[in-house]
Design a protein around this ligand. Structure first.
Ligand code: GCW
Length: 687
C-alpha cells in the first residue's frame, strides 16, 4: 500500500535532513537481534522497513555483531550481549514491563534498544523510528532516553457491529466485519494494529458496547475461532483483545431462564463460558460491559446492583488474569422533560459512589470524561476520585459524534488534556484526574484510558484525513499524559506530511485552533446538545428540548441554562470536592465556558469577559463562522506543498465545514434573537 492517506503517520518518508540521513546510514546498516518471537518479529520487521524507507538502505540482520555500527535490540536478559552491556543495572531496574531505554553506545558501536519485555522493544523501535521521522534529533551519536507508559491500560473501543455498520462511525464500514461474518482481510486489521501499536495502544475491544443478537454469540463456537484469529493479529503488536458482552447472555445463548448475577447457575455459566474463551485466546483481556444503560440488560432487572453484576464476571475472569471493564454511563433515558428534579449529569455519581469498596480488584469502572455525553464542552465527571477503593479509568470519544462527525475539523487532544489535568481535590496533592486513572493517587492496581475509535474502511481510515491526528494523539497521550497537545500535533504533522516548515506550522495551528472554533459556532457556554436528534449532526436548538433523554437547555424569553446548584437547582455542583464545588456552584465564580452548564441566567448576565450572555452568543457565533472560513483559506494556501489528492480531500471537508458553520451561526443567532428580543450591538445580520 503506497497510498499516503492509508499509510498515515507510518509512511516513513525519506529523510530530508542530510545530516540525519548520513548519521542514520552510518548507524543503521545492521540490526542485531538475538531473540525471536512474534512481537520481536514485528519490531524487527517495522525497524527494517522504516530504515529502508527513510534512509534508503536495507539493513543486514544477524544474531551477533560483525564489529560494524549497528542497532542492537533485545530484552535485558535476552542474550543480546550489546544490549546487556549498554544499560547499567539502575537503568534496567527503572524500566517497567512495557517501557524501554534507547542509548547510543559509541564504545560498543551500537544504538541499543533495551526493554524488559518484547512489547517494550516494540515501543522502543517505534520511538526510534519516530525520532528519525520527525527529525527531532540532528544525529544519532548521543541518544540517551528511557520511557515507561503513564497508564497501564491504553485501550481502544470499537463500536463496530457484525453487519458491518459502526455505531457513531464516520469513516465507512467496519474493517472487522461484513454481512454477519468476521473479516478474512486480516491485512487491513494488521495495518490497524501497527498504527495503534506505534502510538502505544495495548488493548482493544472489537465489538460495540451495545451487543446485539449475533455479537452475543462471539463467546460461542459460532464465532470464537474467528475472534481468536483477530486476537492473533493484535497479539503480534502487543495488543490484548477484549469483548463487549451482553449481560443477558445466559438467557440469550445459554438457554437459562435468568441472568441474575447471584443465581448459582448463572455464575457457573459465566465461569464455563469464560474458560472456553481462554481456551481459544489464552491472553484474552476480559469483558467490557454496558449494563442497565440505554435499554441494555443489566443487574437491575433482578434487583441487584452494579457491583453484583461486575463481581460475578470478575470471578469468572480472575483465574485467567482477566479484568471486567464496567461502564458508568448509566442514567434514566426515559425522563419526562417536565420533571426538573432529575438530572442526568448526576446519575453516574449517584449510582456508583455508594458502591465504593464493593467491586473486586479486577473490576475497573470506565467513566466518560463528561458527566453528560461527549459534548464539546462539559465539566469533568465528579466521579473521578470519588471512589477511593475502586479502579477507575476514563473514556474519551475519538469518533466525533458531537464534534463535527469528521466533516468538521476538531482536534480533540486539548480537550482530553484538560480533563486529565483537572484537579479533583480528592487528596491534598497529586489527585488530578490523570493520577486517579493511572492508579497512583489511591494505589490502585488497574487503570488507564479507553477511547472510542474513529476509523472505518475509508481509504484514509478516518474520513477526514486530519482526523487521523486524533487517533494518533489519543495513543500518544494515553502513553504519556504529559506531552503537550501541540507537540503531539507537530509530531503527527511531520510524520504524515514531512518537514516543510510552512506546511507543518499551518497544520499545527489549524489543529490547535479547531476545537475552539467548533465550540464557538455550536451550543454556547457549556450548555451542550442543540443538535439534530438521532444522528446528532448539525444544529437544532430545540431538538432535544422536549425529549426523554435528559438533555435540556431551558431557554425562554428571559434566559437560558441549567440550574445545577445545591441552593436552587439539581445539586449536581455539590458532587465536586473542595473548591470545585464552590466555584461551580457560584454564579460569580463559575468559569464562563461552563456557565450555562451550571446556572440558569438572564441573557443580560455579564460574563467575566465583560460581555453579556446574549452578546457573547452573537459574537462567538459570528467569530466562529469566520474562523471556520479562515481554516479553509489556510488550507487552500497549502496547495502545491503536499500531494494534490490529499490536499483536495481535506479542502472539500473544510469547504463543507465553513458552509455548515454559517448554518450553525444563523440558526443559533436567530433562535436567541427571537427568544430574547435583544438586538446585536454591532447590528450584524440576524435573520
Ligand atoms: O453518546 C451515546 C451515543 C450512543 C452510545 C452511547 C454509549 C454506544 O449516542 O450511540 O452507544 O453514548 O456510550 O453507550
Amino acid at each position: 500500500h503506497a497510498d499516503a492517506a492509508y499509510v498515515g503517520w507510518l509512511g516513513y518518508r525519506h529523510l530530508e535532513s542530510e545530516e540525519l540521513l548520513k548519521s542514520g546510514v552510518t548507524w543503521c546498516g545492521r540490526v542485531v537481534v538475538a531473540e525471536d518471537g512474534e512481537v520481536i518479529g514485528s519490531a524487527v520487521a517495522e525497524l527494517m522497513n522504516g530504515i529502508e524507507s527513510m534512509l534508503g538502505i536495507r539493513p543486514a540482520s544477524s544474531g551477533i555483531s560483525d564489529g560494524d555500527y549497528c542497532i542492537a535490540l533485545g530484552t535485558f536478559e535476552g542474550g543480546n550481549e550489546l544490549v546487556a552491556r549498554t544499560f547499567d543495572v539502575a537503568t534496567q531496574a527503572a524500566i517497567g514491563p512495557e517501557g524501554y531505554a534507547i542509548r547510543t553506545n559509541s564504545e560498543a558501536g551500537c544504538i541499543a534498544i533495551g526493554a524488559s519485555t518484547a512489547a517494550g522493544i516494540l515501543y522502543g523501535v517505534f520511538h526510534f523510528l519516530r525520532l528519525l521521522g520527525t527529525g527531532s534529533t540532528s544525529d544519532l551519536e548521543s541518544l540517551e532516553l528511557a520511557e515507561n507508559p503513564k497508564n497501564g491500560l491504553r485501550m481502544i473501543n470499537q463500536w463496530d457491529n457484525i453487519d458491518g455498520s459502526i455505531e457513531r462511525g464516520y469513516a465507512g464500514k467496519s474493517i472487522f466485519y461484513l454481512n454477519n461474518e468476521i473479516t478474512n482481510n486480516t491485512e487491513r486489521v494488521r495495518d490497524y494494529a501497527r498504527l495503534l501499536a506505534s502510538t502505544g495502544v495495548n488493548a482493544i475491544s472489537i465489538n460495540n458496547v451495545n451487543v446485539h443478537h449475533y455479537e452475543t454469540m462471539f463467546l460461542t463456537d459460532k464465532y470464537l475461532p474467528d475472534v481468536a484469529r483477530l486476537a492473533d493479529v493484535f497479539r503480534a503488536y502487543g495488543i490484548k483483545l477484549f469483548l463487549s458482552i451482553n449481560f443477558a447472555s445466559p438467557i440469550e445463548i445459554g438457554g437459562l431462564s435468568t441472568a441474575d448475577p447471584l443465581d448459582p447457575g448463572v455464575r457457573e455459566w459465566w465461569v464455563a463460558i469464560t474458560k472456553q474463551v481462554y481456551a481459544a485466546i489464552p491472553d484474552f483481556g476480559g469483558f467490557l460491559v454496558k449494563a442497565d444503560s440505554e435499554n441494555r440488560p443489566g443487574p437491575f432487572t433482578y434487583d441487584r446492583d452494579h457491583a453484583d453484576g461486575a463481581n460475578m464476571l470478575a470471578e469468572a475472569l480472575l483465574p485467567h488474569g482477566g479484568v471486567v471493564i464496567w461502564r458508568c454511563f448509566v442514567y434514566n433515558c426515559k425522563q419526562d422533560w417536565r420533571d426538573r428534579s432529575t438530572d442526568r449529569a448526576r446519575a453516574a455519581y449517584d449510582h456508583f459512589t455508594p458502591q465504593d469498596g464493593r467491586f473486586h480488584d479486577n473490576v475497573i469502572l470506565q467513566i466518560k470524561n463528561g458527566p453528560m455525553d461527549f459534548q464539546v464542552r462539559e465539566p469533568v465527571s465528579p466521579l473521578f476520585g470519588a471512589m477511593e477503593s475502586t479502579n477507575q479509568m476514563i473514556e474519551f470519544q475519538i469518533t466525533q459524534e458531537y464534534t463535527g462527525q469528521q466533516r468538521h475539523l476538531c482536534y480533540l487532544v486539548p480537550q482530553w488534556k484538560e480533563a486529565l489535568d483537572f484537579e479533583t481535590y480528592a487528596k491534598e496533592e497529586a489527585s488530578s484526574v490523570k493520577n486517579i486513572i493511572n492508579g497512583s493517587a489511591y494505589g490502585r492496581r488497574y487503570g488507564g484510558i479507553a477511547a472510542v475509535s474513529n476509523i472505518g474502511d475509508d481509504e484514509n481510515w478516518t474520513g477526514h484525513l486530519l482526523a487521523q491526528a486524533n487517533l494518533y494523539g489519543y495513543g500518544r497521550l494515553a502513553w504519556d499524559t504529559e506531552i503537550s497537545a501541540e507537540a503531539i500535533a507537530e509530531e503527527w504533522a511531520r510524520l504524515t506530511f514531512g518537514g516543510e516548515e510552512r506546511l507543518v506550522r499551518t497544520i499545527v495551528s489549524m489543529l490547535m485552533e479547531s476545537l475552539s472554533i467548533y465550540e464557538s459556532y455550536t451550543a454556547p457556554l457549556g450548555v451542550g446538545w442543540m443538535v439534530n436528534p438521532g444522528h446528532h449532526y448539525g444544529p437544532d436548538v430545540d431538538g432535544y428540548e422536549y425529549s426523554k433523554w435528559g438533555t435540556y437547555h431551558f431557554a425562554d424569553c428571559h434566559g437560558i441554562g441549567v440550574d445545577r446548584t445545591v441552593q436552587s437547582g439539581t445539586g449536581y455542583a455539590g458532587q465536586y470536592m473542595g473548591s470545585n464545588a464552590y466555584v461551580y456552584g457560584s454564579v460569580e465564580r463559575c468559569p464562563d465556558e461552563l456557565l450555562l452548564f451550571f446556572h440558569h441566567v438572564p441573557y443580560t448576565h455579564v460574563l467575566h469577559s465583560g460581555s453579556t450572555v446574549i452578546q457573547h452568543i452573537y459574537d462567538s457565533r459570528f467569530d466562529g463562522a469566520e474562523r471556520a472560513e479562515q481554516l479553509r483559506e489556510d488550507w487552500n494556501g497549502l496547495e502545491g506543498t503536499l500531494d494534490d489528492g490529499l490536499h483536495r480531500q481535506v479542502a472539500e471537508r473544510l469547504k463543507e465545514q465553513a458552509e455548515h458553520a454559517r448554518e450553525w451561526r444563523d440558526r443559533m443567532n436567530t433562535y436567541f434573537y427571537r427568544k430574547s428580543g435583544i438586538a446585536d450591538k454591532l447590528g450584524r445580520k440576524i435573520y
